[in-house]
Design a protein around this ligand. Structure first.
Ligand SMILES: [Zn+2]
Ligand SMILES: [Zn+2]
Length: 143
């Protein structure tokens, strides 16, 4: 399980929303699902799964909710002013919050462990060949 010393800090592009993140991570992955592509305009997003109490927030993100591929609600939280994506929550994993790793002040504080939803990955995107790949959801290290 990936952990980091102390607390990681992060926030949106304009700085209206800031957060602190405690370890350890349940997973750190590259997500290639179509929803992540559409929400960010990129080939994939890098995500950090933690339990909800590990995230503390300053500011009020806006939310956009849609249905995930398991039929649950997937809620994407972002800054109203700059549009910066911050994290995602979902009714099928309601004790977990999924942080956008690019919103960290130091994105190198975490290291992707796998690539998920490879079934949706664009042909032009590139991933570390050494990383395990999963066609859909990742395994969660929840012990
Ligand atoms: Zn902002
Ligand atoms: Zn995704």
């Amino acid at each position: 399980m990936q952990d980091w010393p102390g607390i990681l800090t992060g926030g949106c592009l304009c700085g209206d929303i800031r957060y602190e993140l405690k370890g350890p991570a349940l997973f750190v992955g590259q997500c290639c699902c179509r929803d992540c592509q559409k929400a960010t305009g990129t080939g994939h997003t890098t995500i950090i799964g933690v339990l909800r109490p590990q995230l503390s927030l300053q500011g009020s993100p806006r939310m956009y909710s849609c249905k995930g591929d398991t039929g649950g609600d997937v809620v994407r939280h972002f800054c109203e002013r700059c549009g910066g994506r911050l994290y995602t929550t979902g009714s099928s994993i309601d004790d977990v919050v999924i942080i956008q790793a690019g919103s960290l002040d130091d994105p190198n504080a975490v290291t992707p462990e796998n690539v998920i939803y490879t079934k949706d990955a664009p042909k032009w995107d590139f991933f570390d060949p050494a990383l395990p790949k999963f066609p859909a959801m990742p395994p969660m290290n929840r012990d």
